[in-house]
Design a binder for this molecule. Structure first.
Ligand SMILES: Nc1nc2c(ncn2[C@@H]2O[C@H](COP(=O)(O)OP(=O)(O)OP(=O)(O)O)[C@@H](O)[C@H]2O)c(=O)[nH]1
Ligand SMILES: [Zn+2]
Length: 306
């Protein structure tokens, strides 16, 4: 167990939460030692949290980033802390608008997004990856690959090896689990394999964990990422972080809450006028903005009724 100091008290040790089992977390200490520490259900600790442990007392340090999602009832769930990058996985069938939403969500949370175009062993996927490259190529890293055949995996490994800590999001069936398995050979996410840890005698099913990759870098696997289907973002976030619109961040629109519609002095509209931003991208933005605003209004109406 923990180290004792000269007064016989537990010395606080710093570590990283690498797994979450609902009623306990596994902490990886700087010494390389791993230990389970009990936590209250909904204690607020998540994988990626930096903590100090003194005996059985866990103290969370300030977070650099937080990634969360909203459930159908509007509740916010924190998925992971201190991630640097977010891998947005696409495959044929990914709904239009998903990529833009996910990029906005990542940037708003302070994470650098990158794109994985999976299933490139299929002709449709290859086409999708070419189309994605032509729109987003200059904006963020894109990795066309096949988790199934292993083709194109090396550039992604190199990217993660730069010491990035990340996670994959994507709609169901795009191949997130296949990618995780391809990148982390020793991965075993089966709940049955966790019976060793089931010392609390309670049911421990919701498991998320952080995996160190053989070549460097870390990936978080959280069941919550699986249904990151409709990535929720706010209208101001969309106006600030829509990929290809840099105007607001550079404070070039006259109003800092500009939504790039009819506002005077809007730099985005100027750029559409001059052809720097394509008409098509601008229309995509307007459709997404209308959709996000409609969702926000519906949520507001629900709150008034309460
Ligand atoms: N052709 C092809 N199929 C793939 C590839 N990667 C994954 N698949 C298949 O796509 C299906 C879904 O893969 P998963 O890895 O379970 O996808 P997921 O995103 O984790 O799915 P959820 O858990 O539902 O969110 C499986 O049948 C995989 O075999 C690929 O590179 N090429
Ligand atoms: Zn504007």
């Amino acid at each position: 167990m923990g180290n004792k100091n000269q007064h016989g008290k537990d010395e606080a040790e710093q570590g990283l939460v690498v797994s979450h089992f609902g009623v306990a977390v596994e902490v990886l200490f700087e010494t390389g030692e791993r230990r389970m520490v009990k936590v209250k259900r909904n204690s607020g600790h998540v994988v990626g949290d930096q903590v100090t442990v003194s005996g059985e007392v866990l103290t969370r340090l300030a977070r650099r980033t937080e990634l969360s999602r909203r459930d159908a009832r509007g509740g916010i769930h924190l998925l992971a802390a201190n991630l640097d990058v977010l891998g947005i996985v696409l495959a044929p069938g990914t709904p239009s608008g998903f990529l833009d939403r996910a990029i906005v969500a990542a940037r708003a949370a302070g994470l650098a997004p990158f794109v994985v175009c999976n299933k490139c062993d299929l002709a449709e996927a290859e086409e999708q990856s070419r189309a994605t490259g032509s729109v987003y190529g200059g904006i963020l890293p894109i990795f066309p690959l096949s988790a199934a055949t292993g083709a194109g995996m090396e550039p992604l490994r190199d990217y993660l090896r730069q010491g990035h800590r990340g996670a994959f999001v994507g709609t169901t069936g795009v191949g997130k689990s296949s990618l995780m398995n391809a990148l982390c050979p020793e991965l075993n996410l089966k709940v049955g394999a966790l019976s060793d840890y089931n010392w609390t005698g309670r049911h421990t099913t919701t498991v998320s964990s952080l995996h160190a990759l053989p070549g460097g870098g870390e990936l978080v696997d959280t069941p919550g990422f699986r249904d990151f289907g409709l990535v929720d973002i706010t209208a101001p976030e969309l106006a600030a972080w829509f990929p290809g619109f840099e105007a607001l961040r550079d404070h070039r629109c006259r109003f800092n809450d500009c939504r790039h519609r009819q506002e005077p002095g809007c730099a985005v509209r100027d750029e559409v006028g001059s052809g720097t931003i394509s008409e098509e991208r601008y229309l995509t933005y307007l459709v997404l903005l209308a959709e996000v605003e409609a969702l926000e209004e519906a949520a507001q109406r629900r709150n008034w009724k309460k």
